[in-house]
Design a binder for this molecule. Structure first.
Ligand SMILES: [Zn+2]
Length: 297
């Protein structure tokens, strides 16, 4: 799932390439992606992109007074079509390879289908994709991004230069909820998901499953520092990475997330999986739970 560092890098690349360009065509190949039925994305054809920004994990393409807000959901992403796609695909084997041709890797997943394509003057086609088993990509055409419920509900964003300790304490202190769940709750803190919450908790040496209300002052200090440093550091690190490379760059940058059975870079112990909500997450027992192993279903 794209989280704020990746969506920020996506917004910056789209902003650099699309600002000033006019939308010349829209092709909605999956009608369920359109969340504002009375205002289809096609209604923006002819308008020019004035800015591309981010709200939490959502993307906002501004066309003057109108906004196309895109929720990438669990598996949504964007790519350039046309000539750029040909470059991206250059390493792929040609179809219909003759017998005896170089072995074709059969485990490489097929590229996800484009569900919506946006054509602009003088730029490649922008395609929004969804690699999930169900459609989680969503597009809204609105005059104010806050008309989108997922934007309206957002809590303060740790990447925002105005984010304060008071904002953090307001979201976390006293919450009778597991701290990893609080970090991922968009109403509490905007932009963080399963991956960066694992990274933040590991950096802070805090157990993911303790209730936020039980954290002492030292733990809250560490958690605040780790939240801001992890998110702002990742945003800085992802800046300028091409959107086709962002996912692998994120995966490579993780200290614990997705690294079960690997060595903890802090203590040299072994990173473990545990079950959290409907998914699996990772932690270091030595660093975070005094050696206690968390349940794995
Ligand atoms: Zn460790």
């Amino acid at each position: 799932m794209p989280e704020s560092p990746e969506v920020q890098a996506l917004a910056e690349e789209l902003g650099a390439r699309l600002t000033g360009h006019a939308l010349t065509g829209v092709d909605v190949l999956e009608f369920r992606t359109t969340k504002t039925r009375s205002r289809a994305p096609e209604s923006l054809v002819g308008e020019r992109v004035t800015a591309v920004t981010r709200h939490g994990k959502l993307l906002d393409l501004a066309f003057g007074a109108h906004h196309l807000v895109v929720s990438l959901g669990r598996h949504g992403w964007a790519r350039w079509g046309g000539a750029d796609a040909a470059i991206d695909d250059a390493a792929a084997p040609p179809s219909g390879s003759a017998p005896g041709a170089a072995a074709v890797p059969t485990d490489a997943p097929a590229p996800p289908p484009a569900l919506v394509t946006l054509a602009f003057d003088d730029t490649p086609v922008l395609e929004f994709t969804d690699a999930g088993d169900w459609v989680s990509l969503g597009l809204w055409v609105v005059d104010d991004p806050a008309e989108v419920p997922a934007v309206a509900k957002l809590g303060p964003d740790p990447a925002d230069p105005t984010f304060t300790r008071e904002d953090f304490d307001g979201a976390v202190v006293g919450r009778r909820k597991q701290v990893k769940a609080v970090l991922q709750e968009q109403e509490s803190l905007a932009g963080i998901g399963n991956a960066y919450s694992d990274e933040i908790l590991h950096a802070a040496k805090v157990s993911p499953v303790v209730h936020a209300a039980s954290l002492d002052a030292d733990a809250l200090d560490r958690l605040f520092d780790a939240t801001v440093a992890t998110i702002t550091g990742a945003i800085s690190d992802r800046r300028g990475v091409p959107i086709a490379k962002l996912k692998e760059t994120k995966v490579a940058a993780m200290s614990v997330h997705g690294r079960a059975e690997e060595t903890c870079p802090v203590c040299g112990g072994t990173i473990h999986d545990f079950s959290f909500a409907s998914t699996t997450a990772q932690y270091c027992p030595n660093c975070q739970t005094w050696g206690e192993l968390l349940p794995l279903k």
